[in-house]
Design a protein around this ligand. Structure first.
Ligand SMILES: [Fe+2]
Ligand SMILES: [Fe+2]
Length: 491
């Protein structure tokens, strides 16, 4: 792979040696985290992995060389990594649940006027009075392709930037950047045509469309859509290569999570696999922290800042280097489950309904579910998923109590609450740091760890805002807890 020479932490070893090593494959980590991307896109969990199987099957049928298949493989796993960067904007434009809007966007053929209008009618401010809806639809129609270009450009550029930051190389990044380009030049954001669209991106676009239609309408219908859009959306050569793929599409649709991950691991192009060293794991955690923070304008930098405060607290209460390393990854990824929460809830200026509150309370559960699939991350998953637990058992999502809450989770909880209180939220401006600390005092020993709160006070009083540095130094409206939760619910 072209990125090999540049990246000393993306260790490459011959596949024959793998069984004797306990190292984690980069592909395993990305496959597990891709479930978070599916949640953000409103797709069923496994969409990215099934798209990966489809794309790799197309590559095999085309007889692509090894280096192309390897870049394609990683691009397929990360195709939606920029997805959260336009979530808030999609919600702002359309209203409603942006995950449903995004889900159906992958199916709409904009060349068909009636289908395009039907999409607009069903997704624009669905619960608003008809005149408000009509006004919004007219304004969206007037803005036309400029809106689509803006939305897709944000997503593609952000996705490409995260791929580059992880260290997977320019070709993988370019594939992700060009995911929504169409063969006839009608795609977004650059309107590339034919061979000007990277081959990987052409495969990504076809694979994800086949996956979405197979899930909803069956394999035969999906292949029919590919034929109908051949020469418009899709490279005709690729569509031809898909003929006869119906049984495979149908069987992949029915795979359970574990079997799906196994199939995807088996499809990793042979000869060598990428192993994730500590540096790579940190960069992947950092990349996915950015995905989480980009979901809402109110949480930009949240995960970074929580990580910074958590590490500072940990140093003061005596964590060793290994414990700090695990803490860093848990803190960066603690809110990854929040990608399951709609922006209508995250960005809501008022109090939450019971149903909305339930969606918020579930986000640590999704954090656990996603991170448990990363081999070697069991401890990190438990810590990250416990960041809303309280010592008195009144936290969520499991209601752990006292020593049941891992110390590292108590550290993250203190950092999380402080970061939330001292940052602006949709329902209030940022609180001064001293006020945030005073509010947290009410929960000393009841909800928040005594030593963590002392250490946090030392950190906050000893540094200026400029001391909080990217990338590893970071309530959410919901989060944190205690003080902030109570405030939000009563708003
Ligand atoms: Fe958080
Ligand atoms: Fe949280």
């Amino acid at each position: 792979m072209s990125s090999r020479a540049r990246d000393d932490t993306l260790n490459v070893i011959p596949s024959a040696q793998n069984s004797s090593l306990e190292a984690v494959r980069v592909s395993e980590v990305l496959a597990a985290l891709s479930f978070a991307l599916d949640l953000t896109e409103g797709q069923p969990m496994g969409h990215s992995l099934r798209s990966c199987l489809i794309g790799m099957e197309i590559a095999d049928r085309l007889g692509l060389p090894l280096h192309d298949r390897r870049d394609l493989y990683y691009a397929l796993l990360l195709k939606d990594v920029g997805c959260s960067s336009n979530s808030a904007r999609v919600f702002e434009l359309f209203g409603g649940d942006e995950r449903l809007t995004k889900h159906d966007l992958k199916r709409v053929d904009w060349a068909n006027y009636f289908k395009a209008m039907r999409y607009m009618f069903s997704h624009t401010m669905p619960s608003a009075p008809w005149f408000q809806r009509a006004r919004r639809i007219v304004s969206l129609a007037r803005a036309g392709s400029a809106v689509a270009t803006d939305l897709i450009e944000r997503r593609c550029e952000r996705g490409a930037a995260i791929v580059t930051q992880i260290g997977l190389g320019a070709r993988v990044a370019d594939g992700v950047r060009s995911l929504d380009e169409h063969w006839d030049g009608s795609g977004q954001p650059r309107g590339l045509m034919h061979a000007a669209i990277p081959l990987q991106a052409r495969i990504l676009c076809l694979a994800q469309t086949l996956e979405v239609f197979t899930a909803l309408e069956g394999a035969a219908a999906a292949l029919e859509v590919a034929e109908q859009r051949s020469g418009r959306w899709f490279d005709p050569t690729l569509v031809s290569a898909c003929r006869g793929m119906q049984p495979a599409l149908a069987s992949w649709r029915d795979l359970g999570e574990a079997a799906l991950r196994h199939e995807v691991a088996e499809r990793e192009p042979g000869g060598a696999v990428l192993l994730a060293g500590p540096g790579t794991l940190d960069r992947i955690a950092l990349g996915f922290a950015e995905v989480v923070d980009a979901k809402s304008p109110f949480t930009a930098q949240h995960s970074f800042r929580v990580t910074h405060y958590a590490l500072e607290i940990a140093t003061r209460i005596g964590f060793d280097e290994r414990e700090r390393s695990d803490l860093r990854r848990a803190a960066l990824l603690h809110d990854i489950g929040k990608l399951s929460v709609p922006n209508a809830v995250l960005d809501k200026p008022g109090s939450l309904s019971n149903e909305e509150w339930e969606a918020v309370r579930l986000h640590p559960y999704y954090t656990l579910r996603i991170l448990l699939h990363v081999r070697g991350f069991q401890q990190i998953a438990q810590v990250a998923a416990s960041h809303h637990e309280r010592l008195d058992g009144r936290g969520y999502f499991r209601g752990l109590r006292g020593e049941q809450v891992p110390l590292a989770a108590q550290v993250i909880a203190a950092a999380d609450i402080f970061e939330a209180l001292s940052s602006p939220r949709p329902y209030r401006p940022a609180l001064p740091e001293d006020t945030a600390l005073q509010i947290m005092e009410r929960d000393r020993r009841v909800g928040i760890c005594d030593a963590c709160l002392d250490a946090l006070g030392e950190v906050v009083r000893g540094e200026t805002a400029d001391d909080v540095e990217h990338p590893l130094p970071g309530d959410d409206g919901e989060s944190g807890a205690m003080a902030d939760d109570a405030e939000r619910r009563a708003a």
